[in-house]
Design a protein around this ligand. Structure first.
Ligand SMILES: Nc1ncnc2c1ncn2[C@@H]1O[C@H](COP(=O)(O)OP(=O)(O)OP(=O)(O)O)[C@@H](O)[C@H]1O
Ligand SMILES: [Mg+2]
Length: 445
């Protein structure tokens, strides 16, 4: 039987959670504050702890700290109100496994618990195996906890150790090259070269000589014999970036080297054997390219053995807080700054943006704002250049979501403005402004 501890100062929430979770699989217990929680944790072994972030006296983060001192590492799911995302990120950093934003979806809550419990079971079965695996797979620089990113990383884990050709598709800036490097780093070829060939960077003739090399005198200007990237990447990995841009005659040569594992340098008739693993990337729809006779179908089937489709950032906005923290850390170093955090207003402004340029655009936005920032906490004003862009967003969906969230919270708090503002993590003043903007008219009871 899995024991779950609910820690929340609000009785309503505890009651609600107890009601939802008290089925045959779980034994549910409660604590009304941090101190009570710690006493219970010390006495009994829990499978999961559902921990409220904001509580009077001892908050969720302090409970985690104390648990660390006690050397107890029971998985924790942080529960936090809308608007406290940076604090939730802090919680994740200090060891919480997951966080749920109130008011949360009950199915999501159950799924989160199931996932953690399963994870526990596997871990207990074979701790040694897990530790080995984590050492071998190295995704440190890849940020993402969304289910879409987890799926991507799972695929990388599976395919990396094999010699299989991989095709990475996805919009510009979604992290295709990052994933290609991760595949190499987690492969048996990790100590051999990872070579990039950007297929749009060269004219068609030059591209062939870049890929396959050329003999001295092969064409005007070929004064020396040159080895191509296929040869340099021998025993290693060749990353063919923007493969959708390769012209048809070079495609035929690529097909041959992938099939036969041999090729000739430009201007030579001697075949060279190579063992090069290929990872290709494109932001084009190759099926469409095939239909329009710009891409060879046989080559497509050769490279489309195992495809990883990178999700656009706007479809995994739950990763935004983590990515923001990641870039704050990165550019603190590069720009020699000491920025410690970002305000929740700034995060919600970023959340309302659609990021056509995906993670790369987010990175640029963060760098630009950090250059302008002379303070410790980044505020909304630093992102002024986004206001215009996000106002022109076609979808009013985010506004609608915000309105719904405020309405729900207001009802939960029986119309009490102060409590509502508190649990939304915004000031009372900005709550009142929002109520006016959204024309929400719920009277206090
Ligand atoms: N999940 C992620 N975590 C951390 N950084 C990321 C992530 N995804 C992308 N980045 C960063 O965003 C930038 C763009 O990523 P990358 O170059 O891999 O994208 P791409 O899909 O190859 O883009 P393009 O199609 O424009 O070439 C890089 O600086 C990369 O480090
Ligand atoms: Mg790229």
């Amino acid at each position: 039987m899995n024991r779950i501890l609910i820690v929340d100062d609000e009785e309503n929430i505890r009651l609600m959670l107890r009601r939802v979770l008290s089925d045959s699989r779980y034994a549910v217990e409660e604590a009304a504050n941090g101190q009570q929680a710690l006493e219970k944790i010390e006495q009994g072994k829990y499978s999961v702890i559902l921990l409220d972030l904001r509580m009077p006296e001892m908050n969720g983060l302090q409970v985690i700290e104390k648990m660390k001192e006690m050397d107890i590492n029971t998985p924790i799911v942080m529960m936090s109100a809308y608007g406290t995302v940076p604090e939730a990120v802090e919680a994740m950093k200090s060891g919480a496994m997951d966080y749920l934003v109130k008011p949360f979806d009950l199915d999501e809550l159950k799924m989160t618990l199931e996932r953690i419990i399963q994870h526990n079971e596997i871990k207990n079965e074979n701790i040694y195996y897990r530790e080995e695996e984590d050492k071998r797979f190295n995704f440190r620089e890849i940020v993402g906890q969304s289910s879409a990113m987890k799926r991507v990383l799972e695929m990388v884990k599976r395919v990396a150790p094999l010699p299989t050709t991989v095709l990475i598709t996805g919009e510009s800036g979604t992290g295709k090259e990052l994933i290609a490097r991760a595949i190499h780093k987690n492969s048996l070829r990790q100590d051999k070269p990872f070579v990039v060939a950007n297929c749009v960077a060269f004219s068609p003739n030059l591209l062939e000589s870049e890929l396959f090399g050329h003999e001295k005198g092969a064409f005007t200007g070929a004064n020396i014999t040159r080895i191509g990237r296929f040869e340099i990447a021998h025993d290693g990995t060749l990353f063919l970036d923007e493969i959708g841009e390769v012209n048809l005659s070079t495609q035929a040569k690529l097909l041959r080297v992938i099939q036969e594992k041999e090729f000739e340098r430009v201007g030579s008739s001697t075949s060279i054997k190579v063992d090069t693993r290929i990872v290709a990337a494109t932001n084009k729809d190759l099926i469409k390219e095939i239909k329009e006779h710009r891409f060879r179908e046989d080559l497509f089937y050769r490279i489309n053995v195992f495809t990883i489709d990178m999700p656009p950032l706007r479809e995994r906005l739950e990763d935004l807080p983590l990515l923001i923290q990641h870039f704050i850390k990165k550019y603190n170093q590069i720009l020699n700054k000491r920025i410690s955090n970002i305000s929740s207003e700034a995060v919600s402004l970023l959340t309302s943006y659609s990021f056509p340029g995906n993670v790369r655009e987010l990175e640029n936005i963060m760098e630009r704002a950090m250059i302008m920032c002379n303070c410790e906490i980044m505020d909304r004003e630093l992102f002024f250049f986004l206001e215009q862009k996000s106002n022109s967003l076609p979808a009013g969906t985010l506004k609608t979501m915000e309105k719904e969230m405020i309405k729900k919270t207001l009802i939960q708090n029986k119309g009490n403005r102060t409590k509502t503002a508190l649990s939304l993590g915004i000031s009372r003043r900005s709550l009142l402004l929002k109520l006016k903007e959204f024309q929400i008219d719920i009277k206090s009871e």
